[in-house]
Design a protein around this ligand. Structure first.
Ligand SMILES: [Zn+2]
Length: 443
């Protein structure tokens, strides 16, 4: 019998005709904006960007000296579980979870059931989410049923609106097939989003191979299992002239390989998750199955290398890899529990506490990693804070101190290691497509 967790029901409200975001820091690198401004939204469009707020205003007003306004944040790696595991997440609950975390757009991965490997499933996701505040862009599979055996009908899925191809959750172990996928994807100028893992090195293993796996007696996944496939796919990218994006990089060696590939001028990009730049394999000592994800949390040396990669631009994007799992699946012994944690609602808090407060990154860097780069990688328009543009915005409080707990979640799942973790920085409202979502107060 499934234990149903209580799920908050969200609403995407109609955006009031007039909204004033008053005396807030506005960041938009493309518009060279990094200053305190007042932004007026009228009839869903940005009507004015003012140095001084209007003397009077008869619409909804948001004001706080700690508020930061950016074009809407984008998460290029989420798992919404629909179709197939609607008990864990649906397109709808996933979208509210994204909005609650401060995101106005996501790309959803194809490891659903059935997989996103036909035009029909791409159409289904596009249709279902058409009226949501959150833009949901399907990523379709590289191979049929993500089995790594035969290419999926890529052309028709791209035609239907798939923004990239990926077998995420699984690697494409066959190099010849990956070569053909790269050659094929070039025709549509879409990237391949690679889940990099040599399963021969990782099979039946459950955490990072290192000091703590030895201490805990748990079979470890070596960093090498990721790096060997990153190296292979960089070589294939060079050989084919294709475009490759490495998902959720976790190791020092991967960062270095990508740094070298970029120096060579190859079209290689990558992303990192908040949990990989925040936590290390030491937390597995708790045996909490919410510390189990793939790739696993690695050593502090790896974590430092990820931070260096974020700093010098080797890492292009921050993505959550939001991966909901049911309570009973995660309530297993460590070695039997599935990989994956939720991440949409804690991402902005971790970005602020771990990267902004520590002065590792600036707000302008966050714009690059969370607004612009993920959309550019997926060939999507980057929303702008510019007079006359549609309002697609994230307003967040940079100084709000809070702790995450289940009761404020919109996700159907509860598998996060960040429950009761102190955070700074929280979304206030997101606006897109003529709708507004207000992050509810803490309970
Ligand atoms: Zn993956």
């Amino acid at each position: 019998m499934l234990k149903k967790s209580r799920v908050n029901k969200g609403t995407f409200e109609i955006l009031p005709k007039k909204v004033l975001l008053k005396n807030i820091r506005v960041i938009d690198n493309a518009e060279k904006l990094n200053a305190v401004k007042s932004v007026v939204i009228r009839n869903d469009k940005i009507a004015d960007i003012l140095d001084k707020p209007p003397a009077s205003f008869d619409g909804e007003t948001w004001e706080d000296k700690n508020f930061v306004l950016m074009p809407g944040l984008f998460d290029m790696h989420v798992h919404f579980r629909e179709p197939g595991r609607e008990d864990e997440e649906t397109l709808e609950t996933g979208s509210f979870t994204a909005a609650n975390g401060g995101f106005t757009g996501v790309a959803c991965m194809p490891n659903t059931d059935p997989a996103i490997d036909t035009q029909e499933v791409v159409n289904f996701i596009r249709e279902e989410t058409r009226d949501y505040l959150v833009d949901v862009h399907p990523v379709s599979a590289i191979t049929k049923a993500r089995e790594g055996k035969e290419l999926a009908p890529i052309a028709e899925m791209v035609e239907a609106g798939a923004v990239a191809i990926s077998d995420d959750g699984s690697p494409v172990m066959n190099a010849e097939l990956m070569r053909r996928a790269l050659e094929y994807s070039k025709m549509f100028d879409i990237p391949i989003l690679g889940h990099e893992e040599d399963t021969n090195l990782s099979k039946n293993r459950h955490m990072h191979e290192g000091f703590y796996s030895t201490k805990l007696g748990i079979q470890g996944i070596p960093a090498l299992s990721e790096e060997i496939i990153v190296a292979r796919d960089i070589m294939l990218t060079e050989f084919t002239g294709g475009r490759f994006h490495v998902c959720h990089i976790s190791s020092k060696g991967s960062v270095e390989l990508i740094r070298q590939a970029k120096a060579k001028g190859l079209k290689v990009t990558c992303e990192v998750t908040p949990h990989h730049f925040t936590l290390t394999d030491q937390v597995v000592e708790s045996y909490d199955t919410n510390t189990k994800m793939n790739p696993p949390l690695r050593s502090d040396e790896d974590r430092q290398a990820l931070i260096d990669g974020l700093k010098d631009g080797t890492i292009d994007a921050i993505a959550t890899d939001h991966a909901p799992h049911s309570i009973e699946e995660k309530e297993a012994e460590y070695i039997n529990a599935p990989f994956g944690i939720t991440g949409l609602e804690t991402a902005l808090g971790l970005i602020t506490s771990e990267l902004l407060d520590t002065k590792i990154l600036t707000l302008k860097d966050i714009y690059d990693r969370c607004v612009q780069n993920p959309r550019k990688i997926l060939n999507l328009d980057v929303p702008k804070i510019k007079t006359g543009e549609n309002a697609n915005l994230t307003l967040f409080s940079q100084k709000e101190n809070w702790t995450y707990n289940d009761s404020i979640s919109f996700s159907k799942s509860r598998n996060t290691p960040f429950t009761n973790h102190p955070l700074t920085g929280r979304s206030v409202v997101v606006i897109n497509k003529g709708k507004i979502f207000k992050t509810p107060p803490l309970k």
